[in-house]
Structure formats: C-alpha cells, structure tokens
Design a protein around this ligand. Structure first.
Ligand SMILES: [Zn+2]
Length: 256
C-alpha cells in the first residue's frame, strides 16, 4: 500500500468515526472541515514534494554508505547545453540530462555528443507543461513515449529514467508512469539555480553535498556554468566520486 492509499483509508475511517460519534454527541461542522483541510494539505504536500514518495516511489537519493553523488541537469537540450558539456569534459565528470522532447528536434547532435561523452539521457516529458500532472494517465504515458522516441532517434537508446516536470506527482502521473515501465527520478539536493542570483550563494548551497546525493541543476541556470567546475572540485575534495545515475542507484538507464 502506498502512502496515498494509506491516508485515503485513514481519512475514510476518520469520517465514519466522526459520523458515528455525531449520532451520540453532536460534532460541530468545523471538525469535518478541519479533517478535509488536513487531507487536502497532505495531498498537496505529497504532490509537490517528490521526496515524500507519496503517490509513487521515486529514486531521490543513492546509498549514503558509498562516497558517490550524481549530477543532473533539467530542461535541455538548449543553447546552454554545449557549454555545460565542455565543463564536464574538462573536469572529467559525467552527468544525467533530463531532456524535454520538444527541445530535441534540430539539437540531436547535442544528445549524440552527451551520449558519446558518457552522460546519460533521461526523459522529462515532451511538452513540460504545468498541466502535465492533470492529464489522463494514457495521455501522460503517450507524452513520455513521444519524448522517448525523440531521444531514441538521436542516440539509438530508449531511456528508462523519467523526471516528472516540476517534480510534481499525483495519481495520474503514477498510473501513466506505471504504463511506461519507467523509473521516477527525483533529487535530494535542489540548487534552485534558476532563481538564486548570487553565484557564491549557489556554490555554497550545492557544496553542502554529501554521499548519495542527487543534485538538481538546469543548463539554463543563471550561474550554473560559472560555479560548476568549482562545485565538482569541492565535491571531490570531500572524497565524493561523481557517477552517472544508473551507477548511483544501481538501475538500468535504458531499455535492454
Ligand atoms: Zn523541468
């Protein structure tokens, strides 16, 4: 039973208990309202925080017993991806790129290069719309499939790693993803590199990295290219090895 199902059962039982209690001792309406509000708050938090594993299981972190971390980049490929690849090449570090399907046409060479240089390519939906999680499960599955087709066309491999857009999950995403057989990938260290305006603050934030962390960056992050080398060096100075996600999590990145 996942956490969402358990909360549903608990909510239903609480409602029934309140109702029976009401038969002997009148229960004020606001107790019902409070219960509904609590249920909605838990669901909203479960939807927003992928790390809670509320609606489905996501891989949010590797084992903290091995001194390894993985770096991930979301929302490419775009005009910033080649510069990120240059830095990774210079630092001899590998990463995972969660790509938006509609960004790929015309930029297949970027994916080919990333693949050749040992990076992994994951799926980040085709359109990356805010409405992604409120579609029907078969529409979600088909959007994931469309993105996989673009990736497979570019690198000849079909990804099994999927990161939900905005990290938002719900019962529809859970069912859609189940239909595709892909793994849901979250993160344990979010850089907020699209909003943090001070490069030193960004570097300090991500340099708190520890064993098992999955770090979330964006190629289009405001200062990501400026701090990436130093971040990698800081992580290595802590004795952490930077590995691709499939090694960190011991799962297959692509269909066999
Ligand atoms: Zn995204």
């Amino acid at each position: 039973m996942n956490k969402h199902t358990a909360i549903n059962v608990l909510f239903a039982v609480s409602l029934v208990c309140l109702f029976f209690l009401h038969l002997s001792h009148p229960v004020a309406w606001y107790w019902y309202a409070l219960l509904v509000l609590l249920y909605m708050s838990i669901s909203a938090a479960g939807s927003y925080f992928i790390g809670l594993n509320y609606f489905l299981h996501s891989y949010n972190k590797g084992s903290n017993k091995k001194p390894q971390i993985a770096i991930t980049f979301d929302d490419g490929p775009n005009e910033y991806t080649p510069a990120i690849l240059d830095i990774l090449q210079k630092e001899k570090a590998t990463a995972t790129f969660f790509c938006i399907g509609q960004n790929i046409a015309g930029r297949e060479n970027i994916l080919t290069r990333a693949n050749m240089e040992g990076h992994l390519i994951g799926n980040h939906s085709f359109n990356h719309l805010h409405s992604f999680p409120i579609q029907m499960p078969n529409a979600i599955a088909s959007e994931i499939g469309q993105c996989n087709e673009q990736i497979s066309h570019a690198i000849g491999k079909t990804p099994r790693l999927f990161r939900p857009p905005f990290g938002v999950t719900d019962p529809m995403v859970a069912r859609g993803l189940y239909m595709t057989g892909m793994y849901s990938i979250g993160w344990s260290l979010r850089s907020y590199d699209t909003v943090v305006k001070d490069p030193q603050k960004l570097l300090a934030k991500v340099s708190r990295v520890s064993a098992g962390d999955i770090v979330l960056f964006h190629e289009a992050g405001l200062h990501t290219p400026a701090i990436l080398s130093q971040f990698i060096q800081n992580a290595r100075a802590k004795g952490l090895e930077i590995v691709p996600l499939d090694r960190l999590l011991d799962i297959d990145a692509y269909e066999k």
